[in-house]
Design a protein. Structure first.
Length: 472
């Protein structure tokens, strides 16, 4: 047995004699288990509810009676965002973004019914998920277990004895690191087992699961390196504790909450009222399809008559109002798409600003990696909004084409088409964004985590050399 493994074994024995450490470790492991199973239960319940309500609104749409197609445009459809398989592990921004969109003609509605609006302010501190426990609480436990690992030996005078008996500083630090690394992985083991179980059951893809395991393993080992290195560099355990807790407060608590506020101040988003004012101005500028004297739609009417080779609207083989609806929807959708693009660009700029500081706070890196792999980040939500808008446009234009092509053959003051046509309209089928296609959002966090580990290994090597000088 090497000197490093002997030291690791003795470190485990010392930790087993630390009752406070044992209780804290047991409580955190229990908390990880509770967070895992409550998150799974909540995930299953929400997914079942959304699937039920989606089926209900789809059935209600299919059961509509014979109607004018334009009335169905305003009747619209509700779509619910499905929850990604690994979102139980890290709910990300899902609790703060809406998950239901009402799709109708002439406008692009926002997602509504975010959980944060219906919950207490405690939700903003962090939802109890395995990711929250591992990101925020596990580092604090590792600090309290590791802050005295080397400083304790120095304070008791056993450090000089070990070095004098042939154990060099590198072996000493390696043994301490091995001992605490095993504890760190044991703390994350319950969550890791749940993740592996999900992958084995086919509920989650293996690449995302393995990357998630690798990211959180690196995150926990980072704090082990930080704790043991700090303990080796300072003279007294209490000094190491003060330094490590201060770092935890800055890296885990302060920077992740201050940086988004700074980003919001530097790159401001328009309020809902400001956005609506701009949209109304742009919509008014394209013309009014209901005004017979409107210049744009007068020109459009002349183009339509020329295309069909007729002299008047009454001679058209299609309903002119339906063609106007198609053109109007094309114009308004382009305006709403441009406004959404401007807003998305600003939000993306805010996120880039925050993530640029992840080298200072590796929590930002593990959080970005975790949310991306779990499909619960802002990018996944934006993708849902885009897919919903693309579907809304196709859905509305299909009804407009029905109006243009089917109504001319129907007489009466209130022409209606058969209800069977509603069942021919496709339903929204959200295709989840593949996290592996977003290589930048995965690669950069790993670079940050590996960079921190590399830097801490360099500090640990320097601390080992300092320890060897004690024996001389």
């Amino acid at each position: 047995m090497t000197g490093a493994t002997l030291i690791a074994r003795e470190e485990w024995r010392a930790l087993l004699r630390n009752r406070a450490g044992l209780v804290a470790t047991a409580l955190l492991v229990l908390l990880v288990l509770v967070a895992s199973f409550t998150s799974l239960e909540r995930h299953s319940s929400i997914e079942a509810d959304r699937a039920h309500y989606q089926a209900t609104v789809d059935h209600a749409f299919d059961q509509q009676p014979d109607r004018h197609p334009h009335r169905m445009v305003h009747y619209g459809q509700f779509v619910f965002r499905p929850i990604a398989p690994l979102a139980f592990f890290d709910s990300g921004v899902d609790s703060f973004t809406g998950n239901i969109i009402f799709l109708e003609g002439h406008r692009q509605n926002s997602a509504n019914f975010a959980e944060a609006r219906q919950s207490s302010l405690l939700l903003r501190f962090g939802q109890l998920t395995p990711a929250f426990v591992l990101q925020t609480l596990a580092p604090l436990l590792l600090i309290f277990l590791g802050f005295a690992s080397v400083a304790r030996e120095r304070e008791r005078g056993t450090l000089r004895l070990m070095l004098a008996h042939g154990i060099n500083g590198r072996e000493l630090l390696l043994g301490k690191l091995l001992g605490h690394a095993a504890i760190a992985l044991a703390v994350g083991l319950p969550a890791f087992i749940v993740l592996l179980g999900f992958a084995l059951a086919g509920a989650a893809a293996w690449p995302e699961t393995l990357l998630m395991l690798g990211g959180y393993s690196a995150w926990l080992l980072l704090w082990v390196l930080l704790s043991v290195s700090a303990s080796a560099l300072v003279q007294r355990p209490r000094d190491a504790l003060a330094v490590l807790v201060g770092l935890w407060m800055v890296v885990v608590i302060l920077l992740p909450r201050v940086l988004p506020e700074v980003a919001a101040a530097r790159i401001s988003l328009d309020t809902k009222i400001e956005t609506e004012i701009v949209l109304h101005r742009e919509l008014a500028a394209i013309g009014d399809s209901h005004d017979p004297e409107d210049p744009y739609f007068n020109e459009f009417r002349e183009k339509v008559l020329a295309e069909y080779g007729v002299e008047s609207i009454e001679e058209l083989p299609v309903q002119y109002a339906g063609l106007v609806g198609i053109e109007g929807e094309r114009l308004t959708s382009a305006i709403y798409a441009e406004a959404a693009s401007r807003s998305a660009a600003r939000e993306s700029a805010q996120n880039r600003f925050v993530h640029a500081f992840s080298a200072l706070s590796p929590l930002l890196a593990i959080r970005q990696l975790s949310m991306t792999l779990a499909g619960s980040d802002a990018g996944a939500h934006s993708d849902f909004l885009q897919q919903a808008e693309d579907f809304r446009y196709r859905f509305v234009q299909q009804l407009n084409r029905m109006q243009a092509e089917l109504l001319p053959g129907i007489s009466g003051e209130d022409p209606r088409i058969s209800a069977t046509y509603w069942q021919d309209i496709p339903r929204f089928d959200y295709q989840a964004l593949d996290p592996l296609r977003r290589q930048e959002d995965i690669l950069w966090p790993f670079v940050v985590l590996v960079g921190w580990i590399g830097g801490l290994l360099t500090i640990a090597a320097f601390a080992a050399q300092r320890l060897e000088r004690i024996a001389k």
